[in-house]
Ligand binder design. Structure first.
Ligand SMILES: [Zn+2]
Ligand SMILES: [Zn+2]
Length: 349
């Protein structure tokens, strides 16, 4: 099968490798689409602690496909089922997993990181992932390309739940990249009130047009004035920081309304994670600040259900489709990422 094999930092080779063979309790998934995540780009640049130096790996964790083969002892799943694959697999035994937070398990595995991922024609699904239910059936109404975007959307759903967003509330999203836009799509779909999206990058702001934000504003020194004038001086009910910039976490405290909520969605670069925090603002404004990372299996499944509705248009965010053979060079081309929202590796062409 054709696979994009990561061989270390800044080195991906597309080559023919043997198609995986499955055991009696495993499933073989034929990949239909796999979207590129910021995490893939980070691994390409800096490596990952779960991928040992000199070890090869197939990246790609935003995967959809069709079941090609089912092990003799596997129940329920059948050849031909259309699937979105939840990538994170917890140990299943620890306290964190038992709470249903398997994506936070200290002993987790993930397709495209510790296990071979979706930048290949086939992915083997090990028994533990089959049993945990990481293979999630998708409805006919959802294309494979849209289904690949379920994974990042499920991370937004985790943020949405942690903020406990109520219908009609206002929302400010820092960062007009693919994740910022997915937050926008999800919250619009689920009944948010006024939405504002902001970014320092003019090009990103331009790309973010057409996704339904009420206001698209440049993030500069006048941001506080702008936001206050848009909200009659009270600030926004919910803020999501979807860019890895320390300053926006500080700014969020200023821009959020009294009794408002903030989600630190994007992590900060190592060495820049200490921010100036006026904790009295949190206290006297009675704020809730949450952090989220990834999504639980339950949230992933819920995201499949909510995205089958036509009102949740995921097609539009996919602005580029490429073939697997293009993965050896695409990560070197920063402009292609700056000029696009989601880039999906398609195996259907
Ligand atoms: Zn991702
Ligand atoms: Zn665990």
């Amino acid at each position: 099968m054709l696979a994009a094999v990561y061989k270390g930092k800044k080195n991906i080779e597309v080559k023919d490798i043997p198609k995986p063979e499955i055991g009696d309790n495993e499933v073989l998934l034929k990949v239909k689409a796999c979207s590129i995540c910021g995490t893939d780009r980070k691994i390409y640049e800096y490596g990952h602690f779960k991928i040992k130096e000199k070890n090869e790996q197939i990246l790609g964790h935003e995967i959809s496909g069709v079941i090609e083969e089912v092990g003799k002892k596997v129940d329920y799943y059948e050849k031909g089922m259309r699937i979105a694959l939840a990538p994170n697999v917890g140990c299943g035994f620890c306290e964190v997993c038992r709470k249903g937070l398997e994506q936070l398990c200290l002993d987790y595995n993930a397709f495209g990181i510790s296990w071979p991922g979706g930048f290949a024609e086939y992915v083997k699904i090990p028994e533990i992932a089959v049993r945990h239910g990481n293979l999630v059936e998708i409805p006919e109404s959802l294309s494979y390309e849209e289904a690949a975007v379920i994974e990042p959307l499920s991370c937004c759903y985790n943020a949405y739940e942690s903020l406990n967003v109520r219908p009609g509330e206002s929302l400010l999203i820092f960062g007009a990249g693919p994740m910022g836009i997915l937050h926008l799509i999800l919250n619009k779909h689920l009944g948010i009130g006024m939405t504002i999206i902001t970014d320092v990058d003019e090009k990103r702001l331009k790309l973010s047009q057409g996704f339904g934000a009420d206001y698209i504003v440049k993030s500069d020194s006048r941001i506080k004035k702008t936001i206050m004038s848009l909200t009659n001086g009270i600030g926004v009910d919910n803020i999501i920081t979807a860019a890895s910039v320390p300053e926006i976490q500080e700014e969020a405290l200023e821009l959020v309304a009294i009794n408002g909520k903030i989600n630190f969605f994007a992590g900060l670069p190592v060495g820049k994670e200490e921010i100036k925090l006026n904790s009295n603002i949190i206290h006297y404004k009675q704020l809730k600040i949450t952090g989220t990372t990834g999504a639980s299996l339950k949230q992933f499944r819920q995201t499949v259900k909510l995205s089958q509705n036509a009102g949740c248009n995921l097609k539009k965010i996919i602005t580029k489709k490429i073939g697997v053979e293009e993965l050896s060079t695409i990560f070197e081309d920063i402009s292609v990422f700056n000029n696009n929202m989601k880039i999906v590796v398609s195996f259907e062409r």
